[in-house]
Design a protein around this ligand. Structure first.
Ligand SMILES: Nc1ncnc2c1ncn2[C@@H]1O[C@H](COP(=O)(O)OP(=O)(O)OP(=O)(O)O)[C@@H](O)[C@H]1O
Ligand SMILES: [Mg+2]
Length: 176
């Protein structure tokens, strides 16, 4: 499904990713593990078109996406839950989820049902301002917003960061 082939990414002179290659197959859960600063976030940002590799190629469903703009990748089926959640803090829970569905407005009703089944806590807080949610609730919202785009490939950066152990277990169950 995804083939990352020999990418090298720089921040100015800093060589952050050196010759990275890996594949993700349909139905597979793949974890990138590495020390702080190893380049995990950089890898995900490069796949979602926020950074560019100087070498190699990135292919998604047999098509090169190495030069594709981020906003087009979401229509192709790649969703990214960024490090630090990056939900829209001033918007309500519902508005955040609606934003996630902007490429599939016809899916809005079904998508909301699906997200609320997975995360009942979000349903109870549907009109709450996202910035006032707890950390765990914000993570649920970030994942829910990504699911609203009906992704084929869901990339999550540090999905368990800052969560209590019970919530980490719930998030990992949902990932599975
Ligand atoms: N915008 C930037 N400008 C310069 N250097 C950067 C920038 N973003 C990241 N880096 C550097 O690139 C390297 C990889 O960072 P990255 O954020 O990808 O690591 P990570 O594996 O996600 O780490 P963490 O586990 O702490 O989230 C680090 O050395 C970091 O300092
Ligand atoms: Mg990171």
């Amino acid at each position: 499904m995804l083939k990352v082939d020999n990418i090298n990414v720089y921040y100015g002179k800093i060589h952050a990713l050196k010759d990275i290659s890996f594949e993700v197959n349909d139905g597979e859960i793949v974890a990138l593990i590495g020390a702080n600063g190893a380049g995990k976030t950089t890898t995900l940002k490069t796949i979602s078109g926020m950074l560019r590799s100087k070498t190699g190629d990135i292919r998604f469903m047999n098509e090169s996406i190495a030069q594709t703009e981020s906003y087009k990748l979401i229509s192709k089926g790649i969703a990214h839950v960024p490090e630090g959640r990056r939900i829209f803090l001033q918007m309500s829970v519902l508005e955040n989820l609606e934003m996630g569905a902007y490429i599939h407005p016809e899916y809005l009703k079904e998508g909301l049902e699906d997200v609320f089944n997975r995360f009942p806590r979000l349903k109870h807080r549907i009109n709450q301002t996202a910035g006032t949610l707890s950390g765990g609730e914000q993570q649920m919202l970030a994942i829910g917003r990504a699911l609203m785009s009906k992704p084929k490939l869901l990339m999550m950066d540090e999905p368990s960061m800052g969560l209590a152990p019970i919530l980490v277990g719930q998030i990992f169950d949902i990932i599975e």
